[in-house]
Design a protein around this ligand. Sequence first.
Ligand code: NAD
Length: 437
Amino acid sequence: MNISIFGLGYVGCVSLGCLSKNGHTVIGVDVSQDKVDQINKGQATIVEKDIDEIIADQHKAGRISATTDFKAAIFQTEVSIVAVGTPSSAKGHLNLDYIFNVARNIGEVLKEKEAFHVVALRSTVLPGTCEKFAHIIEDASGKKSNVDFAVVDNPEFLREGTAVEDYYNPPLTLIGGESEKATSLISSLYEQLPAEVIVTDTKTAEIMKYVNNTFHALKISFANEVGNISSALGIDSHKVMEIFCKDKQLNISPYYFKPGFAYGGSCLPKDLKGLQTLAHDLYVKVPLIESIDQTNVIQIQRAVSLLSKFFGKRIAILGLSFKAGTDDLRNSPSVELVETLIGKGFDISIYDSNIQIAKLTGKNKDYIESRIPHLSKLLVDNLDYVIDKSDVLVVCNKEKEFIQKLSSIKGKTIVDLVRLPAHNEVKAENTYHGINW
Ligand code: NAD
Protein backbone atom coordinates (compact mmCIF):
# COMPACT_ATOMS: atom_id res chain seq x y z
CA MET A 1 0.00 0.00 0.00
CA ASN A 2 1.09 3.63 -0.48
CA ILE A 3 0.96 5.45 2.85
CA SER A 4 1.70 9.00 3.99
CA ILE A 5 2.62 9.62 7.63
CA PHE A 6 2.16 13.08 9.15
CA GLY A 7 4.67 13.72 11.94
CA LEU A 8 8.15 12.18 12.01
CA GLY A 9 8.67 12.11 15.78
CA TYR A 10 8.75 9.04 18.06
CA VAL A 11 5.57 7.44 16.70
CA GLY A 12 5.88 8.63 13.10
CA CYS A 13 9.51 7.60 12.63
CA VAL A 14 8.89 4.10 14.01
CA SER A 15 5.72 3.64 11.92
CA LEU A 16 7.54 4.87 8.82
CA GLY A 17 10.36 2.35 9.22
CA CYS A 18 8.25 -0.60 10.37
CA LEU A 19 5.44 -0.25 7.82
CA SER A 20 8.05 0.02 5.11
CA LYS A 21 9.86 -3.07 6.43
CA ASN A 22 6.52 -4.90 6.10
CA GLY A 23 6.47 -4.06 2.38
CA HIS A 24 4.57 -0.76 2.13
CA THR A 25 5.80 2.37 0.38
CA VAL A 26 5.76 5.18 2.90
CA ILE A 27 6.17 8.95 2.57
CA GLY A 28 6.80 10.91 5.77
CA VAL A 29 5.50 14.47 6.04
CA ASP A 30 6.77 16.92 8.63
CA VAL A 31 6.87 20.68 9.08
CA SER A 32 10.44 20.32 10.30
CA GLN A 33 12.87 20.50 7.37
CA ASP A 34 15.57 18.97 9.65
CA LYS A 35 13.56 15.79 10.19
CA VAL A 36 12.65 15.53 6.51
CA ASP A 37 16.33 15.87 5.59
CA GLN A 38 17.32 13.21 8.14
CA ILE A 39 14.90 10.65 6.64
CA ASN A 40 16.02 11.49 3.10
CA LYS A 41 19.61 10.80 4.19
CA GLY A 42 18.52 7.41 5.60
CA GLN A 43 18.77 8.55 9.23
CA ALA A 44 16.24 8.13 12.04
CA THR A 45 14.88 11.28 13.69
CA ILE A 46 14.89 9.74 17.20
CA VAL A 47 17.08 7.65 19.50
CA GLU A 48 15.49 4.20 19.70
CA LYS A 49 16.79 0.63 19.61
CA ASP A 50 17.03 -0.83 16.04
CA ILE A 51 15.46 2.18 14.34
CA ASP A 52 18.71 3.50 12.78
CA GLU A 53 19.23 0.25 10.92
CA ILE A 54 15.61 -0.05 9.78
CA ILE A 55 15.49 3.51 8.42
CA ALA A 56 18.87 3.09 6.68
CA ASP A 57 17.80 -0.23 5.08
CA GLN A 58 14.37 0.96 3.99
CA HIS A 59 15.85 4.16 2.57
CA LYS A 60 18.35 2.11 0.60
CA ALA A 61 15.51 -0.12 -0.66
CA GLY A 62 13.75 3.02 -1.92
CA ARG A 63 10.57 2.42 0.08
CA ILE A 64 10.74 5.49 2.32
CA SER A 65 11.09 9.18 1.67
CA ALA A 66 10.06 12.39 3.38
CA THR A 67 8.79 15.80 2.38
CA THR A 68 7.31 19.03 3.71
CA ASP A 69 4.99 19.03 0.66
CA PHE A 70 1.79 17.52 2.08
CA LYS A 71 -0.04 17.85 -1.26
CA ALA A 72 2.37 15.63 -3.14
CA ALA A 73 2.34 13.08 -0.30
CA ILE A 74 -1.48 12.84 -0.13
CA PHE A 75 -1.86 12.63 -3.90
CA GLN A 76 0.54 9.69 -4.08
CA THR A 77 -1.06 7.68 -1.24
CA GLU A 78 -4.38 6.03 -0.38
CA VAL A 79 -3.92 6.13 3.40
CA SER A 80 -2.65 8.97 5.63
CA ILE A 81 -1.53 8.16 9.16
CA VAL A 82 -1.50 11.10 11.57
CA ALA A 83 1.22 10.98 14.26
CA VAL A 84 1.65 14.64 15.17
CA GLY A 85 1.91 15.74 18.80
CA THR A 86 -1.07 16.34 21.09
CA PRO A 87 0.61 18.12 24.02
CA SER A 88 -1.24 19.37 27.12
CA SER A 89 -2.28 22.99 27.31
CA ALA A 90 -1.57 24.86 30.56
CA LYS A 91 -5.00 23.82 31.91
CA GLY A 92 -4.55 20.14 31.00
CA HIS A 93 -6.75 20.24 27.89
CA LEU A 94 -5.24 18.82 24.73
CA ASN A 95 -3.66 21.20 22.29
CA LEU A 96 -5.22 19.97 19.04
CA ASP A 97 -3.73 22.69 16.82
CA TYR A 98 -1.23 20.29 15.19
CA ILE A 99 -3.93 17.68 14.54
CA PHE A 100 -6.39 20.15 13.04
CA ASN A 101 -3.71 21.75 10.84
CA VAL A 102 -3.23 18.31 9.29
CA ALA A 103 -7.03 18.01 8.82
CA ARG A 104 -7.02 21.32 6.91
CA ASN A 105 -4.09 20.13 4.78
CA ILE A 106 -5.87 16.89 3.93
CA GLY A 107 -9.15 18.69 3.19
CA GLU A 108 -7.40 21.07 0.82
CA VAL A 109 -6.00 18.16 -1.18
CA LEU A 110 -9.15 16.01 -1.13
CA LYS A 111 -10.97 18.87 -2.87
CA GLU A 112 -8.97 17.89 -5.95
CA LYS A 113 -8.46 14.17 -5.34
CA GLU A 114 -11.12 11.76 -6.60
CA ALA A 115 -10.13 8.42 -5.01
CA PHE A 116 -11.45 7.30 -1.59
CA HIS A 117 -8.89 8.34 1.07
CA VAL A 118 -8.52 6.88 4.55
CA VAL A 119 -7.05 8.87 7.46
CA ALA A 120 -5.95 6.97 10.58
CA LEU A 121 -5.30 9.01 13.73
CA ARG A 122 -2.40 7.33 15.50
CA SER A 123 -1.95 10.35 17.79
CA THR A 124 -3.63 10.05 21.19
CA VAL A 125 -6.88 12.03 21.03
CA LEU A 126 -9.93 12.33 23.27
CA PRO A 127 -13.39 11.09 22.22
CA GLY A 128 -14.97 13.30 19.58
CA THR A 129 -11.69 14.38 17.95
CA CYS A 130 -11.98 12.12 14.87
CA GLU A 131 -15.46 13.50 14.26
CA LYS A 132 -14.17 17.10 14.42
CA PHE A 133 -11.23 16.12 12.18
CA ALA A 134 -13.69 14.73 9.61
CA HIS A 135 -15.82 17.91 9.76
CA ILE A 136 -12.75 20.04 9.03
CA ILE A 137 -11.99 17.90 5.98
CA GLU A 138 -15.63 18.10 4.85
CA ASP A 139 -15.60 21.91 5.18
CA ALA A 140 -12.31 22.28 3.30
CA SER A 141 -13.03 19.74 0.54
CA GLY A 142 -16.79 19.70 0.04
CA LYS A 143 -16.54 15.88 0.27
CA LYS A 144 -18.60 13.60 2.53
CA SER A 145 -17.17 11.69 5.47
CA ASN A 146 -17.56 7.89 5.29
CA VAL A 147 -18.48 8.22 1.61
CA ASP A 148 -15.60 10.01 -0.18
CA PHE A 149 -13.11 9.63 2.65
CA ALA A 150 -13.08 8.24 6.19
CA VAL A 151 -11.32 9.07 9.43
CA VAL A 152 -10.61 6.22 11.86
CA ASP A 153 -8.91 6.14 15.23
CA ASN A 154 -5.98 3.76 15.47
CA PRO A 155 -4.19 4.41 18.80
CA GLU A 156 -0.51 3.56 19.15
CA PHE A 157 0.54 1.39 22.11
CA LEU A 158 4.33 1.47 21.69
CA ARG A 159 6.61 2.44 24.57
CA GLU A 160 9.76 4.50 24.04
CA GLY A 161 12.88 2.43 24.60
CA THR A 162 11.23 -0.68 23.13
CA ALA A 163 9.26 1.01 20.37
CA VAL A 164 10.29 -1.22 17.45
CA GLU A 165 9.75 -4.40 19.44
CA ASP A 166 6.37 -3.05 20.60
CA TYR A 167 5.43 -2.13 17.02
CA TYR A 168 5.89 -5.74 15.91
CA ASN A 169 4.35 -7.21 19.12
CA PRO A 170 1.66 -4.77 20.22
CA PRO A 171 -0.57 -5.68 23.18
CA LEU A 172 -3.50 -5.23 20.79
CA THR A 173 -4.44 -3.50 17.56
CA LEU A 174 -7.39 -1.19 17.97
CA ILE A 175 -9.31 0.45 15.15
CA GLY A 176 -12.34 2.66 15.72
CA GLY A 177 -14.45 3.85 12.84
CA GLU A 178 -17.86 3.91 11.21
CA SER A 179 -16.75 3.00 7.66
CA GLU A 180 -16.26 -0.75 7.20
CA LYS A 181 -14.20 -0.09 4.06
CA ALA A 182 -11.81 2.09 6.05
CA THR A 183 -11.49 -0.12 9.14
CA SER A 184 -10.77 -3.20 6.94
CA LEU A 185 -8.14 -1.28 4.97
CA ILE A 186 -6.38 -0.20 8.17
CA SER A 187 -6.69 -3.74 9.65
CA SER A 188 -4.89 -5.07 6.58
CA LEU A 189 -1.88 -2.86 7.39
CA TYR A 190 -1.31 -4.90 10.54
CA GLU A 191 -2.18 -8.38 9.29
CA GLN A 192 1.43 -9.58 9.75
CA LEU A 193 1.38 -8.64 13.46
CA PRO A 194 0.55 -11.28 16.10
CA ALA A 195 -1.90 -9.09 18.07
CA GLU A 196 -5.67 -9.39 18.24
CA VAL A 197 -7.36 -6.77 16.03
CA ILE A 198 -10.33 -5.11 17.73
CA VAL A 199 -12.64 -3.01 15.60
CA THR A 200 -14.99 -0.74 17.47
CA ASP A 201 -16.85 2.55 17.17
CA THR A 202 -14.63 5.63 17.01
CA LYS A 203 -15.26 7.06 20.49
CA THR A 204 -14.50 3.77 22.28
CA ALA A 205 -11.16 3.54 20.47
CA GLU A 206 -10.40 7.17 21.28
CA ILE A 207 -10.85 6.78 25.04
CA MET A 208 -8.90 3.51 25.32
CA LYS A 209 -5.38 4.94 25.23
CA TYR A 210 -6.29 7.35 28.06
CA VAL A 211 -7.73 4.52 30.12
CA ASN A 212 -4.62 2.38 29.52
CA ASN A 213 -2.09 5.12 30.29
CA THR A 214 -3.99 6.20 33.41
CA PHE A 215 -3.89 2.62 34.63
CA HIS A 216 -0.14 2.37 33.92
CA ALA A 217 0.38 5.53 36.01
CA LEU A 218 -1.88 4.12 38.74
CA LYS A 219 0.19 0.90 38.83
CA ILE A 220 3.44 2.85 39.18
CA SER A 221 2.06 5.08 41.95
CA PHE A 222 0.57 2.10 43.77
CA ALA A 223 3.88 0.20 43.58
CA ASN A 224 5.77 3.27 44.80
CA GLU A 225 3.46 3.75 47.79
CA VAL A 226 3.79 0.06 48.70
CA GLY A 227 7.56 0.50 48.23
CA ASN A 228 7.71 3.52 50.54
CA ILE A 229 5.75 1.73 53.30
CA SER A 230 7.81 -1.46 52.90
CA SER A 231 11.05 0.50 53.07
CA ALA A 232 9.98 2.15 56.37
CA LEU A 233 9.53 -1.38 57.76
CA GLY A 234 12.78 -2.76 56.33
CA ILE A 235 10.88 -5.02 53.92
CA ASP A 236 12.06 -5.63 50.34
CA SER A 237 9.27 -4.01 48.29
CA HIS A 238 10.29 -5.80 45.10
CA LYS A 239 9.74 -9.13 46.78
CA VAL A 240 6.34 -7.83 47.99
CA MET A 241 5.28 -6.84 44.46
CA GLU A 242 6.60 -10.07 42.99
CA ILE A 243 4.40 -12.11 45.35
CA PHE A 244 1.48 -9.71 44.81
CA CYS A 245 1.59 -10.30 41.05
CA LYS A 246 1.42 -14.09 41.55
CA ASP A 247 -2.07 -13.84 43.08
CA LYS A 248 -4.26 -15.54 40.47
CA GLN A 249 -7.39 -13.73 41.65
CA LEU A 250 -5.80 -10.41 40.69
CA ASN A 251 -4.82 -11.69 37.24
CA ILE A 252 -2.55 -8.73 36.50
CA SER A 253 0.70 -8.40 34.62
CA PRO A 254 3.83 -7.39 36.57
CA TYR A 255 4.60 -4.58 34.07
CA TYR A 256 4.83 -1.21 35.87
CA PHE A 257 4.58 -2.82 39.34
CA LYS A 258 8.23 -2.06 40.11
CA PRO A 259 8.76 0.26 43.09
CA GLY A 260 11.24 2.98 42.18
CA PHE A 261 11.28 6.52 40.86
CA ALA A 262 8.41 8.69 39.60
CA TYR A 263 6.84 8.08 36.19
CA GLY A 264 7.36 10.59 33.38
CA GLY A 265 7.72 10.92 29.63
CA SER A 266 5.54 12.45 26.99
CA CYS A 267 2.52 10.17 27.45
CA LEU A 268 1.62 9.12 31.02
CA PRO A 269 1.53 12.60 32.66
CA LYS A 270 -0.18 14.15 29.61
CA ASP A 271 -2.80 11.43 29.14
CA LEU A 272 -3.57 11.22 32.86
CA LYS A 273 -4.14 14.97 32.88
CA GLY A 274 -6.21 14.68 29.68
CA LEU A 275 -8.61 12.15 31.23
CA GLN A 276 -8.81 14.15 34.46
CA THR A 277 -9.63 17.37 32.57
CA LEU A 278 -12.24 15.55 30.48
CA ALA A 279 -13.88 14.27 33.68
CA HIS A 280 -13.96 17.82 35.11
CA ASP A 281 -15.53 19.15 31.90
CA LEU A 282 -18.18 16.43 32.19
CA TYR A 283 -18.75 17.23 35.93
CA VAL A 284 -17.68 13.68 36.82
CA LYS A 285 -15.81 13.38 40.16
CA VAL A 286 -12.61 11.29 39.93
CA PRO A 287 -10.75 11.50 43.28
CA LEU A 288 -8.87 8.24 42.65
CA ILE A 289 -7.54 9.40 39.27
CA GLU A 290 -6.71 12.84 40.70
CA SER A 291 -4.59 11.35 43.45
CA ILE A 292 -2.28 9.38 41.11
CA ASP A 293 -0.18 12.42 40.28
CA GLN A 294 0.10 13.48 43.96
CA THR A 295 1.89 10.21 44.69
CA ASN A 296 4.22 10.92 41.78
CA VAL A 297 5.11 14.36 43.12
CA ILE A 298 5.82 12.78 46.52
CA GLN A 299 8.19 10.31 44.85
CA ILE A 300 10.28 13.14 43.40
CA GLN A 301 10.29 14.90 46.81
CA ARG A 302 11.38 11.61 48.37
CA ALA A 303 14.41 11.49 46.05
CA VAL A 304 15.24 15.12 46.94
CA SER A 305 15.13 14.40 50.68
CA LEU A 306 17.21 11.23 50.20
CA LEU A 307 19.84 13.40 48.49
CA SER A 308 19.59 16.33 50.91
CA LYS A 309 21.95 14.64 53.36
CA PHE A 310 24.70 14.85 50.72
CA PHE A 311 24.66 18.65 50.47
CA GLY A 312 28.18 19.94 49.79
CA LYS A 313 29.16 16.78 47.89
CA ARG A 314 29.48 16.59 44.10
CA ILE A 315 26.46 14.78 42.63
CA ALA A 316 26.38 12.83 39.34
CA ILE A 317 22.99 12.25 37.73
CA LEU A 318 23.16 9.11 35.60
CA GLY A 319 20.26 9.19 33.12
CA LEU A 320 18.32 12.37 32.36
CA SER A 321 15.58 10.95 30.12
CA PHE A 322 12.60 9.31 31.83
CA LYS A 323 13.73 5.81 30.88
CA ALA A 324 16.54 3.87 29.25
CA GLY A 325 16.84 3.66 25.47
CA THR A 326 15.33 7.03 24.59
CA ASP A 327 16.43 10.64 24.26
CA ASP A 328 12.95 11.95 25.11
CA LEU A 329 13.20 14.54 27.89
CA ARG A 330 9.55 15.59 27.96
CA ASN A 331 8.23 15.45 31.55
CA SER A 332 11.24 13.50 32.74
CA PRO A 333 11.21 13.30 36.55
CA SER A 334 15.03 13.41 36.44
CA VAL A 335 14.86 16.87 34.89
CA GLU A 336 12.57 17.98 37.73
CA LEU A 337 14.89 16.37 40.28
CA VAL A 338 17.94 18.15 38.84
CA GLU A 339 16.14 21.50 38.73
CA THR A 340 15.12 21.17 42.38
CA LEU A 341 18.67 20.21 43.40
CA ILE A 342 20.16 23.15 41.46
CA GLY A 343 17.69 25.42 43.26
CA LYS A 344 18.99 24.08 46.56
CA GLY A 345 22.60 24.83 45.57
CA PHE A 346 23.92 21.33 44.78
CA ASP A 347 26.97 20.84 42.56
CA ILE A 348 25.70 18.61 39.72
CA SER A 349 26.92 16.96 36.57
CA ILE A 350 24.74 14.85 34.27
CA TYR A 351 25.52 11.90 32.04
CA ASP A 352 23.09 10.28 29.60
CA SER A 353 24.46 8.30 26.66
CA ASN A 354 21.35 9.13 24.62
CA ILE A 355 21.68 12.88 25.17
CA GLN A 356 25.28 13.71 24.42
CA ILE A 357 26.03 17.33 23.75
CA ALA A 358 28.32 16.49 20.84
CA LYS A 359 25.58 14.47 19.12
CA LEU A 360 22.63 16.79 19.73
CA THR A 361 20.55 17.13 16.60
CA GLY A 362 17.06 18.13 15.54
CA LYS A 363 14.33 17.98 18.12
CA ASN A 364 16.46 17.27 21.14
CA LYS A 365 18.71 20.20 20.45
CA ASP A 366 15.66 22.45 20.05
CA TYR A 367 14.10 21.04 23.21
CA ILE A 368 17.24 21.51 25.31
CA GLU A 369 17.95 24.97 23.93
CA SER A 370 14.39 26.22 24.35
CA ARG A 371 13.18 24.41 27.50
CA ILE A 372 16.19 23.51 29.64
CA PRO A 373 19.21 25.52 28.42
CA HIS A 374 20.56 25.76 31.99
CA LEU A 375 20.93 21.95 32.09
CA SER A 376 22.96 21.73 28.88
CA LYS A 377 25.91 23.23 30.75
CA LEU A 378 25.83 20.32 33.21
CA LEU A 379 25.77 17.57 30.56
CA VAL A 380 29.08 15.73 30.24
CA ASP A 381 29.80 13.23 27.44
CA ASN A 382 32.15 10.91 29.35
CA LEU A 383 30.77 8.47 31.94
CA ASP A 384 34.14 7.64 33.56
CA TYR A 385 34.94 11.31 33.96
CA VAL A 386 31.56 12.03 35.61
CA ILE A 387 31.98 9.10 37.98
CA ASP A 388 35.54 10.08 38.94
CA LYS A 389 34.74 13.71 39.65
CA SER A 390 31.59 12.99 41.74
CA ASP A 391 31.12 11.90 45.36
CA VAL A 392 27.54 10.62 44.96
CA LEU A 393 26.16 8.75 41.93
CA VAL A 394 22.38 8.94 41.44
CA VAL A 395 21.00 6.27 39.12
CA CYS A 396 17.88 7.71 37.44
CA ASN A 397 17.19 5.20 34.66
CA LYS A 398 18.19 1.65 33.74
CA GLU A 399 20.51 2.39 30.80
CA LYS A 400 22.66 -0.72 30.23
CA GLU A 401 25.85 1.34 30.27
CA PHE A 402 25.44 2.44 33.93
CA ILE A 403 24.20 -0.95 35.00
CA GLN A 404 27.37 -2.58 33.68
CA LYS A 405 29.65 0.14 34.97
CA LEU A 406 28.19 0.25 38.48
CA SER A 407 28.40 -3.49 38.93
CA SER A 408 32.22 -3.15 38.83
CA ILE A 409 32.60 0.05 40.87
CA LYS A 410 33.97 0.21 44.44
CA GLY A 411 33.99 2.68 47.33
CA LYS A 412 31.43 5.15 45.97
CA THR A 413 28.17 6.44 47.44
CA ILE A 414 25.32 5.30 45.18
CA VAL A 415 21.70 6.45 45.35
CA ASP A 416 19.67 3.97 43.32
CA LEU A 417 16.26 5.26 42.19
CA VAL A 418 15.57 2.34 39.82
CA ARG A 419 16.73 -0.79 41.66
CA LEU A 420 19.86 -1.88 39.80
CA PRO A 421 19.66 -5.57 38.86
CA ALA A 422 23.00 -6.17 40.63
CA HIS A 423 22.03 -4.07 43.69
CA ASN A 424 23.29 -6.71 46.15
CA GLU A 425 26.77 -6.75 44.59
CA VAL A 426 26.78 -2.93 44.35
CA LYS A 427 25.74 -2.73 48.02
CA ALA A 428 28.60 -5.03 49.05
CA GLU A 429 31.26 -2.77 47.50
CA ASN A 430 29.78 0.73 48.00
CA THR A 431 27.64 2.85 50.32
CA TYR A 432 24.24 2.14 48.82
CA HIS A 433 20.81 3.82 49.26
CA GLY A 434 17.68 2.61 47.42
CA ILE A 435 14.67 4.94 47.16
CA ASN A 436 12.10 2.48 48.50
CA TRP A 437 13.55 -0.89 49.39
P1 NAD B 1 6.65 14.08 18.58
O1 NAD B 1 6.51 15.42 19.20
O2 NAD B 1 7.88 13.29 18.77
O3 NAD B 1 6.44 14.21 16.98
C1 NAD B 1 5.44 14.98 16.39
C2 NAD B 1 5.93 15.45 15.02
O4 NAD B 1 4.85 16.07 14.33
C3 NAD B 1 7.06 16.48 15.09
O5 NAD B 1 8.14 16.03 14.32
C4 NAD B 1 6.43 17.74 14.47
O6 NAD B 1 7.36 18.53 13.75
C5 NAD B 1 5.40 17.11 13.55
N1 NAD B 1 4.32 18.01 13.11
C6 NAD B 1 3.67 18.96 13.81
N2 NAD B 1 2.73 19.55 13.03
C7 NAD B 1 2.77 18.93 11.83
C8 NAD B 1 2.04 19.08 10.62
N3 NAD B 1 1.07 19.97 10.49
N4 NAD B 1 2.35 18.27 9.59
C9 NAD B 1 3.33 17.36 9.70
N5 NAD B 1 4.05 17.17 10.82
C10 NAD B 1 3.78 17.96 11.86
O7 NAD B 1 5.37 13.27 19.04
P2 NAD B 1 5.27 11.70 19.43
O8 NAD B 1 5.93 11.45 20.72
O9 NAD B 1 5.66 10.89 18.23
O10 NAD B 1 3.71 11.58 19.67
C11 NAD B 1 2.78 11.73 18.60
C12 NAD B 1 1.40 11.32 19.10
O11 NAD B 1 1.42 9.92 19.42
C13 NAD B 1 0.95 12.03 20.39
O12 NAD B 1 -0.44 12.20 20.33
C14 NAD B 1 1.31 11.04 21.49
O13 NAD B 1 0.48 11.18 22.61
C15 NAD B 1 1.04 9.72 20.78
N6 NAD B 1 1.83 8.59 21.30
C16 NAD B 1 3.14 8.78 21.64
C17 NAD B 1 3.88 7.70 22.11
C18 NAD B 1 5.33 7.89 22.52
O14 NAD B 1 5.84 6.98 23.18
N7 NAD B 1 5.98 8.98 22.17
C19 NAD B 1 3.29 6.43 22.24
C20 NAD B 1 1.96 6.27 21.86
C21 NAD B 1 1.24 7.37 21.39
